[in-house]
Design a protein around this ligand. Structure first.
Ligand code: GUN
Length: 339
């Protein structure tokens, strides 16, 4: 048992936790930026080692149309590649592109030996058959982990490429020494991209996992049982602070842009500086967990600065992993595919 971890305390001394709660001790902040920096430093070394072997991992991004949020995400992904010394290519077809054109583009990227990872930024325009496009990506280059083959590998706990956001949540838990084995883990949200893979990763790490969602009965009661709560329901401040037990570690996947003044005032009542910023800017990013949970949980990822930075981090990690698996298989590999 690790004695330095606040989240394990209830197993050691429940009265101590009650005492902390009585004094409204604030949650330990699970800093995603710090972990991103750690992993980037590790990846930089791996990329340099690969360069010495004549391999430069490369990511091809496909950004369809001109969705500003998607443009921002893809720009950050390309910048991250540059920061790590990886290659990147950006393809920007117009919004009226056909499914056939995109299938051809993906096929070209599948055949390009310099490309280790293919990222098709979502959402695609409604007229494009997104499922067909995602299924056309070679599973060996599917750095998003969205391909049914990689999903199947995850279900059966075999090595493959895992969706970046849930993989990032696991890194946050592990690098903060939060005990997963035997813990009651509750995943709020059931999306293919976050909720389902998250539940599987926690299950494979020997947690007792409950998946719940907006239609679940008695959500507060389910969430109150969580030692680990992963909130991925996409609604600002949905999880009430009183639903969280004092010993819980909370991973907040939500990044909801709030623009309504009354809603911002309700959510940020106890955070006057953040409210001031909202009033100046006209918007604020709020997680799926009410900000007041900082006074009820034992540990909590901030929004922004928690899970967000981990998604790009794990995309870079998957690209390096894909490069190693595809290009070095048969050759001796340094501790590659573990993460
Ligand atoms: N759109 C929002 N998040 C993601 C992501 O993780 N991957 C892709 N491809 N598109 C996204």
């Amino acid at each position: 048992m690790r004695l330095n971890s606040r989240v394990e305390r209830p197993q050691i001394a429940e009265p101590l936790v009650a005492l902390c709660y009585a004094f409204r001790m604030t949650a330990r902040i699970l800093d995603g930026i710090k972990i991103r920096d750690e992993i980037f430093a590790e990846l930089k070394q791996e990329v340099a080692q690969l360069a010495a072997q004549g391999v430069r991992p490369g990511l091809a991004a496909v950004l369809v149309g001109e969705n500003p949020a998607s443009q921002l995400y893809v720009k950050s992904k390309v910048a991250a590649c540059e920061q790590l010394g990886m290659a990147s290519w950006l393809h920007t077809p117009r919004a009226d592109v056909s499914t056939d054109y995109l299938l051809q583009l993906v096929d070209d990227l599948n055949r390009d030996d310099n490309v280790d990872g293919i990222l098709v930024q979502l959402p695609l325009p409604a007229r494009v058959d997104s499922k067909r496009i995602l299924e056309a990506v070679s599973p060996t280059k599917d750095v998003d982990g969205f391909h049914p083959v990689n999903m199947g590998m995850l279900v059966s706990n075999r090595p493959g490429l895992v969706a970046c956001t849930p993989a990032g949540c696991m890194e946050i838990l592990r690098r903060n020494h939060i005990a997963i084995e035997g813990a009651n883990a509750v995943v709020l949200g059931r999306s293919d991209i976050v909720g389902k893979p998250m539940a599987l990763l926690l299950l494979h790490a020997n947690a007792t996992v409950t998946i719940c969602h907006s239609k679940s009965r008695d959500l507060p009661e389910i969430i109150r049982r969580a030692d680990i709560l992963v909130a991925a329901i996409g609604r600002a401040g949905f999880v009430h602070p009183d639903w969280i037990k004092a010993s819980a570690s909370v991973i907040d996947v939500g990044t909801n842009k709030v623009t309504d003044r009354a809603q911002a005032e309700q959510l940020l009542l106890n955070f006057p500086q953040r409210l001031e910023k909202f009033l100046a800017k006209g918007s604020v990013l709020i997680g799926d967990v009410h900000p007041d949970a900082v006074n009820t949980a034992a540990a909590l990822t901030p929004v922004p600065g928690g899970v967000g930075p981990m998604t790009i981090t794990m995309l870079m990690n998957n690209t390096v992993k894909a490069a190693k698996l595809r290009r070095l298989s048969g050759k001796s590999q340094p501790a590659a595919a573990a993460r």
